[in-house]
Design a protein around this ligand. Structure first.
Ligand code: CA
Length: 232
């Protein structure tokens, strides 16, 4: 059965554009132009994914997100204007699965949707057990806690390994600086600088050219994203 996607966007042109793209890619679409309409549609249709514009006329998109997250884990991809970088971070920390910046292309939109839906289905696998991560020349053995690059064992510190583990288990998704810091050092620290230093070390170990990373991308002002596929 095709996935059902709720498109929440007040601008008719953008709403239609998104809907056309998704319909021609075999998704079923329902639309909402306000936050209140969106909330009632989520309850009555329980879609498989929500595309949520943050700039709505009747309420703040972040409040729509917050309200949905009090009772549902439906994947949510947030759409925001480039000028509101902080909103992206807020949205991710409030439980959005991903974000996309206006203006965006068709391929980017479809990739974000595929990733978010896949992750929501993969949750049970993750919770049960994931033994190994493999991508390009990189392999992580989660049981033995060993990382291999081109079949050669690479040494990582405990913290570097933990960062790599979090990013690889969420490949395709951006993890915010705050999220990573809290996962690793707990809620009462501000280890921004330390995180950056660790990331530089990780990249030196796994990236051919750390200045142009292939495996772990920086989402400026937001966080890091491990790619789902590498082109060698
Ligand atoms: Ca808008």
């Amino acid at each position: 059965m095709n996935s059902l996607i709720l498109v929440v966007e007040d601008e008719k042109g953008i709403r239609n554009f998104i809907s056309t793209v998704l319909t021609s890619n075999d998704y079923n679409i329902i639309q909402a132009s306000t936050g209140h309409e969106a909330l009632s549609m989520v309850t009555s249709y329980v879609p498989d994914l929500i595309i949520l514009d943050l700039g709505l006329t009747d309420m703040d998109g972040l409040d729509v997100l917050k309200s949905i997250r009090t009772w549902s884990n439906i994947p949510i991809v947030v759409v925001s204007a480039r000028t509101f970088e902080r909103d992206k971070v807020f949205a991710l920390d409030l439980g959005a699965d991903d974000y996309i910046t206006k203006p965006f292309g068709t391929q980017e939109l479809l990739a974000r949707i595929r990733t978010a839906i896949r992750h929501s289905k993969k949750d049970f696998v993750k919770n049960n057990f994931m033994k190994e991560f493999k991508m390009g020349n990189l392999r992580i053995d989660y049981e033995k806690r060993i990382v291999y690059l081109n079949d050669r064992e690479i040494h990582f510190t405990k913290i570097e390994y933990k960062i790599l583990m979090l990013l690889s288990q969420n490949a395709g998704k951006v993890l915010t600086y705050d999220f990573l810091i809290k996962e690793i050092w707990g809620p009462y620290t501000n280890e921004n600088q330390t995180l950056r230093v660790n990331m530089a070390n990780i990249r030196r170990k796994i990236e051919e050219n750390p200045g142009e990373p292939k495996y772990i991308l920086t989402e400026v002002g937001v966080g890091y994203r491990m790619v789902e596929e590498v082109t060698n």
